[in-house]
Design a protein around this ligand. Structure first.
Ligand code: SF4
Length: 227
């Protein structure tokens, strides 16, 4: 069985099928630039302040629901008809008045409408794992969406800079996450032959230069390292 991370669907899967294949099948990761720590700090503090709060009381643009958990790990049973399962960490779960849950992905980014299309399979993957856990009780998720925050105005108060983060809520239309069809595509890729690399990618060019340096020992030859 292959473990799929929901967070790879929006980027790695879209960017290069070979890199995705190498990561999932062989544990070979594409090098990545470290995220500036400030994003993690803002994200954790924002999520922490939401616990126990009814979102609607914080902002009228947000849905009704009391935030109960943050950054919860989920692992699913195998996705039927495939050789994959889901494992990852969702952002927030809020309990709705009817006892069902709202799955929330918190993003610090520009609030464009196209974000919901970008992240719908990621939300769908968490939904699947919550409804079909490998262990423990399933969670009834009746809706999901993106809570997007992006800094707006800055003011100074009591000697401190105060950044305004007006929230935007983008809800995923029910039944339109596209998760199952994506997972079938992913499964097909993983059981098939190794896909081709991207022609323009500098990481692969860098890798080939490294191969030359390591195996050919071209003394005195200046290789053009693309970084
Ligand atoms: S071209 Fe190579 S390094 Fe670049 S994303 Fe694809 S497999 Fe990864």
């Amino acid at each position: 069985m292959y473990k799929l991370s929901p967070s790879d669907f929006a980027y790695l899967w879209e960017e290069c099928k070979l890199c995705y294949y190498l990561k999932v099948k062989h544990g070979i990761y594409q090098p990545s630039m470290p995220m500036p720590g400030v994003f993690g700090a803002i994200n954790t503090r924002l999520q922490g302040t939401l616990i126990g709060k009814d979102l609607r009381t914080l902002s009228k643009v947000l849905p009704e629901g009391i935030v109960e958990t943050q950054e919860g790990w989920v692992e699913s049973v195998p996705v039927p008809g495939t050789s994959v399962f889901i494992k990852g960490k969702y952002d927030l779960l809020a309990r709705r008045p009817d006892g069902s849950y709202l799955l929330i992905d918190l993003k610090i980014s520009q609030p464009h409408e196209d974000k919901i299309a970008k992240y719908r399979t990621q939300l769908g993957a968490y939904n699947f794992a919550l409804a079909n856990p490998a262990r423990g009780r399933s969670v009834k998720v009746s809706g999901s969406g993106l809570l997007i925050l992006y800094p707006d105005a800055v003011s100074f108060k009591d000697g401190k800079a105060v950044l305004d983060f007006p929230p935007t809520w983008l809800e995923l239309p029910q039944g339109e996450d596209g998760f199952l069809s994506l997972v079938k595509e992913v499964d097909k890729l993983l059981v098939g032959p190794m896909p081709d690399e991207g022609k323009e990618c500098r990481w692969c060019q860098y890798r080939h230069v490294g191969e030359k340096l390591a195996h050919e020992k071209q003394e005195g030859v200046q290789l053009d390292i693309p970084f």
